[in-house]
Design a binder for this molecule. Structure first.
Ligand code: ADP
Length: 157
């Protein structure tokens, strides 16, 4: 089975990476689909986010990196799967994820969303927490892959 793991990944964290690694073990193919949404004013360009994800997942043979803009259901319709994977950290994610999954399913009945529960050590971790810490010169090396650590230092130097 093939799954699409969509998100902003601005930037990818060890929490995302844990989901990607576990998905790679449990599914035949994982496509990480980075949302190119300029209205979210991301810190990293889509090219930078693609490059960081490629580097962080280079040892995983059944993982590929792609990007999309517009509606997720339209991207899914053009792919060869109907299954979307999302990570769930805490109950606070539940409401949003539920709304997105229901909205996507109502737009396209074939689209199914499945969830993987975050490891407990990553439940606090988000791209925004990482950016906040890095912007004040805090140490994020245990929170993100090495390539992201380097890029964050570049951005905030
Ligand atoms: P979005 O902006 O679409 O929420 P993110 O890049 O923040 O995109 O997250 C993409 C996916 O990864 C979401 O399903 C999110 O719940 C999940 N995720 C984010 N951080 C973690 C984490 N620390 N552990 C597990 N899953 C996570």
């Amino acid at each position: 089975m093939k799954v699409i793991y969509p998100g902003s990944f601005d930037p990818v964290t060890n929490g995302h990476l844990d989901i990607i690694q576990r998905a790679a073990k449990n599914f035949d193919e994982v496509t990480v689909a980075i949302l190119d949404n300029k209205s979210k004013s991301p810190l990293f360009t889509i090219e930078e986010r693609i490059a960081m994800l490629k580097e962080a997942t280079k040892s995983l043979e059944n993982v590929n990196i792609d990007s999309f803009s517009g509606l997720l259901v339209d991207y899914v319709a053009k792919s060869n799967t109907n299954t979307v994977l999302r990570g769930l950290r805490a109950i606070s994610d539940y409401e949003n994820e539920m709304r997105n999954a229901l909205a996507n399913n109502s737009l396209n009945n074939d689209v199914e969303t499945i969830f993987m529960v975050s490891k407990s050590e990553y439940t606090f971790l988000s791209s925004s927490v990482v950016k906040e810490i890095a912007s004040f010169n805090g140490d994020v090396k245990n929170m993100v892959p090495e390539v992201v650590c380097k890029q964050l230092k570049e951005k905030y130097k």
